[in-house]
Design a protein around this ligand. Structure first.
Ligand SMILES: [Zn+2]
Length: 196
């Protein structure tokens, strides 16, 4: 096999280790593929301040230890990524991304809740289970909402008003005959007026 002298490694090596280049007299690059790669990384180190940081961090003499340099190069992406993750800019970006995503998930779930009866029931069951396990928290939350959410306050007061009113109607009453339903039915109907 033909040999060619590489200006990078300073020795004769197989011609197949060189890339083609029309501009050169013999049609090949004057440095082998490996040396071209190293040359590229060195030029990168001059442009990319992260790269300089990396070289400093790993105490890397990239001119004298080319092979080691190539191995360490693989650590560079990982190292750079770990560093970027620590920056405030990235943290902020990530936070914004999460919040945007959160809003999207919320919207999707809302839509599903309206359209999917099975999903709706499973959510209702989960809420019920949670409330039974966390009665104190539930009461505190209701209390907070009652104090801060006027809409909720009105609904709750109206519901209580109807509940008390219905209790005053005797089980067998002419009013119920007139309405044509039971107390339970009426209660359910009235309650449904206040559910979202
Ligand atoms: Zn070479």
């Amino acid at each position: 096999m033909d040999k060619k002298y590489c200006l990078g490694c300073n020795k004769n090596i197989d011609i197949c280790l060189f890339s083609l280049n029309n501009k050169e007299i013999d049609g090949y690059q004057n440095r082998c593929k490996n040396c071209k790669k190293i040359q590229y990384y060195i030029s990168l180190s001059k442009k990319d301040k992260w790269y300089l940081k990396f070289i400093k961090e790993f105490n890397l003499d990239f001119i004298n230890n080319k092979n080691e340099f190539l191995i360490k190069i693989k650590q560079f992406s990982k190292w750079k990524w770990e560093n970027i993750k620590q920056t405030d800019d990235y943290k902020l970006l990530n936070k914004q991304r999460r919040e945007k995503n959160k809003e999207q998930v919320k919207q999707n779930n809302k839509k599903r809740y309206k359209e999917d009866i099975l999903y709706q029931n499973s959510i209702k069951n989960n809420v019920k289970e949670w409330e039974e396990k966390n009665k104190k928290k539930k009461n505190q939350r209701r209390k907070n909402r009652y104090n801060n959410d006027l809409d909720f306050k009105l609904k709750l007061n109206l519901r209580n008003y109807f509940n008390i009113s219905l209790k005053t109607i005797p089980k067998k009453s002419s009013i119920l005959d007139l309405i044509g339903c039971s107390v339970e039915d009426l209660k359910l109907h009235l309650e449904n007026q206040f559910l979202n």
